[in-house]
Write a protein that binds this ligand. Structure first.
Ligand code: GLR
Ligand code: MG
Length: 419
């Protein structure tokens, strides 16, 4: 292990990237052809490099660049001090603790990767040790178009998943997901078609994959009454219903009449939301996400809070690449009370990864916890340069599912709730 001097942070390199994303539909519109992430390289004085990955966009990039200035000179083992200093630096301009959490989390993961490399131990060991050797993930099913349509002189962009706009298309996509990755549970992103069509898709999945856990997430596309109706219709079919309606209060009203457990990654997204959610009995399952809950250690703490209040745990995901998947796998492996398989978008985006392939493989829907030091993954510098150039040249600077949908269907209106 290095001397204390060697463990100080020399530099935090913050690199925005863009990568291909299929036309996945959701309650806000449709995914654009390029998704954004930010890759962190935390360089210590002894040359050790810790990796991190954050969702992209100009605001998050600027905050990470501000954080980079704050952490230089700090000891990489002082993650609490680093988070406190970053939080204090952002507070005057970023009032939301949830928003500040995205920044502190990404830096913490890079610190833990570097710590693990210094100690020759995997990150899961730094989180108290793994309680499972591999982590189960769910197939993340989306209604989708066959291709991104031709637009502004750009040719149409297809993919090898095909179209999925009805129950048969969703079942076919689920079969492909199972063939390619071995998933044994399925989540359908809903809020796209009228509820009865999505209920039919879930019933078709239940018939095609008997006994395999299913969940539906319309991202607050429904009123309280519609949510209660869907919950009754899918009683005994879903393991949980995710964010059917908006707000802690709305979810609490649904719970009063729902035979199904309700889950969220939308109305409980910061520490201050836990107390009202528990007091109002608004949710039964929390989808944690280390990217905004303050990092991997805070996610372990969150799991303990959930245990105390009898909340089950699952894990949320956005479009992401391999550094995030490695971090998700390490923390999920170290949480005893992980009750459900984790979400992951990785199959939709893995073709453009920034890590050297070979470590993160799905077998029977599970990812083995990387055994190498730190996160156990290695940066592919060529891929990083290529995706950074794509970011620069594309001009895409924020996610805009609604705006992109309107460019293709000008009559599209964002309405939440829609049904
Ligand atoms: O569980 C969720 O709410 C998500 O995965 C949020 C994402 O933004 C998803 O809806 C997407 O990528 O379209
Ligand atoms: Mg969700």
């Amino acid at each position: 292990m290095s001397t204390t001097g060697g463990t100080r942070i020399r530099e935090l390199i913050v690199t925005p990237i863009a990568f291909r994303d299929p036309p996945l539909l959701n309650s806000n519109g449709v995914h654009e052809p390029l998704a954004l992430r930010i890759i962190l390289q935390l360089v210590l004085e002894d040359g050790t490099v810790g990796l991190g990955e954050s969702p992209g966009g100009t605001a998050r990039l600027e905050r990470l660049e501000a954080a980079a200035k704050v952490v230089v000179g700090m000891d990489v083992f002082d993650t609490t001090a680093a988070a406190t200093a970053i939080d204090a630096a952002l507070l005057p301009t970023v009032p939301s603790s949830h928003e500040r959490g995205w920044t502190t989390s990404a830096v913490e993961v890079a610190c833990l990767d570097a710590q693990g490399k210094l100690l020759g131990r995997p990150v899961s060991d730094l989180l108290g040790g793994k309680v499972r050797d591999s982590v189960p993930f769910a197939a993340y099913l989306f209604y989708k178009w066959a291709e991104h349509p031709a637009l502004d002189g750009r040719a149409a962009v297809g993919d090898d998943w095909g179209e999925a706009l009805d129950p048969a298309g969703i079942v076919e996509q689920a079969r492909l997901m199972q063939q390619r990755y071995g998933f044994r549970s399925f989540k359908l992103k809903g809020g796209v078609f009228p509820p009865d069509e999505e209920i039919a898709a879930i019933r078709a999945l239940a018939e095609a994959f008997p006994g395999q856990p299913l969940r539906l997430d319309p991202n607050t596309a429904w009123t309280v009454e519609t949510s209660k109706y869907v919950a009754r219709e899918l009683d005994g079919v879903l393991e949980y219903l995710e964010d059917p309606t908006r707000s802690i209060e709305g979810m609490a009203q649904v719970v009063e009449d729902s035979p199904l457990p309700l889950a969220t990654n939308m109305c409980v997204i910061a520490w201050e939301h836990l107390k009202p959610a528990v007091e109002q009995n608004a949710i039964q399952v929390l989808l944690t996400d280390h990217h905004y809950w303050g990092g991997l250690r805070r996610t372990r703490e969150l799991a303990a809070v959930c245990e105390a209040f009898g909340l089950a745990l699952s894990m949320h995901s956005n479009s992401h690449l391999g550094i995030s998947l490695a971090a998700m796998t390490h923390v999920a492996a170290a949480i005893p009370n992980l009750d459900h398989s984790c979400d992951t978008h990785y199959p939709w985006n893995s073709a453009d990864d920034v890590i050297v392939p070979g470590v993160l493989e799905f077998r029977d829907g599970e990812v083995a916890v990387p055994a190498g030091p730190g996160l156990g993954v290695e940066l592919d510098h060529g891929a990083l340069d290529r995706l950074h150039r794509l970011y620069v040249e594309s001009g895409v600077r924020s996610r805009d599912d609604t705006g992109y949908m309107r460019r293709i269907h000008p009559e599209y209106e964002l309405r939440l709730p829609r049904w």
